[in-house]
Design a protein around this ligand. Structure first.
Ligand SMILES: [Zn+2]
Ligand SMILES: [Zn+2]
Length: 354
């Protein structure tokens, strides 16, 4: 037995020495680099290829900072079509890191015009324009005021667009599709997409003084998702989210915000003291989120837009205390949390892109 261990140890040492020698050989280095470059030049998409309804959290935090999370963003894939709901700060970096097939992005939807939901719109535009080679302007749907946002971005990026066109030419960077095709959502006509298989419906939520503030429901071949945006506990959200497979809902821990507030008071941090009180009246406390999800008969509840975002498992455990007692199926999402809803099935497959 001891002899076998000796031979094994010798073999491991020999292999380690051999790989160290190989790693210094230019031919071997070139071969390894080629494999790495192939992944950069022609990356594999992280999204499933099967016909299903899929959602990926591309940003799970609120404006309260967290070094490992982006602000609000949810990507939805229905069959081969991709839709993005909100583009908070850091979300497009996430989607680039995960090799998003930008050529399949059909439209972007904004729940409301707070900065933590819109900040990356310019990067989204560049990604679909150049990497995605879209053949029309970027479709954007949002509440009243969204035209101001897209006009402003077009104005601010006028020089960037013309410099890129000058350098890369009309085929790679065509100016006729630069900019946005903007749709201001009118809740009198809330169905924004309806092609028989796929339906996307806007509904109003309560995030006063942000008005209008919207949620969205996505139905695809018998599977369904609802996205809350920012809201207090809201009966309209419950109506529109009735019986959905998955509800993505914003999430506020009053207990953790209170603790942050106490420390801010003691240390005379006026900004944190004020903000942690101000935000209490336009977000939903966690147990009220669960109440809404249960009343809507939602199958799986996903918390996102955490206020504050838990920095580790301990903080997450404290933040979501009491949820298990009133709901079985739920997830506190991170950047990269992915839910796949296969067709003709009740299954919800949960995994992580990261
Ligand atoms: Zn927000
Ligand atoms: Zn907001």
């Amino acid at each position: 037995m001891i002899k076998i261990f000796k031979y094994l140890l010798l073999l491991i040492i020999l292999l380690t020495v051999l790989s160290l020698i190989l790693l210094r050989q230019p031919t071997f280095q070139d071969r390894l680099l080629e494999v790495g470059m192939a992944n950069i030049a022609n990356p594999e998409s992280f999204l499933p290829k099967e016909d299903a309804l899929t959602a990926v959290v591309c940003g799970s935090r609120s404006p309260i900072n967290d070094p490992n999370r982006a602000e609000a963003c949810i990507l939805v894939q229905a069959g081969t079509k991709i839709f993005i709901f909100d583009t908070g700060n850091g979300s497009i970096q996430n989607l680039n890191n995960w090799n998003t097939p930008w050529n399949r992005v059909e439209a972007v939807f904004y729940t409301h015009l707070h900065s933590d939901h819109i900040a990356d719109i310019a990067d989204l535009h560049i990604a679909t324009w150049i990497a995605g080679q879209r053949n029309s302007k970027q479709k954007v749907f949002g509440p009243e005021g969204v035209q101001l946002l897209t006009d402003g971005i077009e104005l601010a990026y006028t020089k960037d667009y013309s410099f890129r066109n000058e350098h890369h030419g009309d085929i790679l960077a065509p100016l006729d599709v630069v900019g946005f095709e903007t749709h201001t959502i009118d809740l009198e006509n809330p169905v924004l997409v309806d092609d028989g298989d796929l339906k996307i419906t806007a509904y109003s939520v309560s995030h006063d003084p942000v008005d209008p503030a919207l949620g969205f429901r996505i139905d695809y071949k018998g599977r369904s998702i609802s996205i809350s945006g920012d809201t207090i506990y809201d009966k309209n959200l419950i109506t529109y989210s009735q019986d959905v497979d998955v509800l993505f809902h914003e999430s506020m821990s009053v207990e953790l915000l209170d603790r942050i507030n106490n420390i801010a008071k003691k240390t005379n941090n006026f900004v944190v003291d004020t903000v942690t009180v101000d935000i209490l009246d336009y977000h939903t406390p966690i147990l009220d989120v669960v109440k809404a999800a249960n009343e809507a008969n939602v199958k799986h509840l996903v918390f996102y837009h955490h206020l504050p975002a838990p920095r580790n498992q301990l903080m997450e455990d404290i933040m979501y205390r009491g949820v298990d007692e009133i709901r079985d199926e739920w997830t506190a999402s991170h950047d990269g949390t992915m839910l796949v809803l296969p067709l003709n099935s009740e299954e919800i497959e949960i995994s992580s892109v990261n």
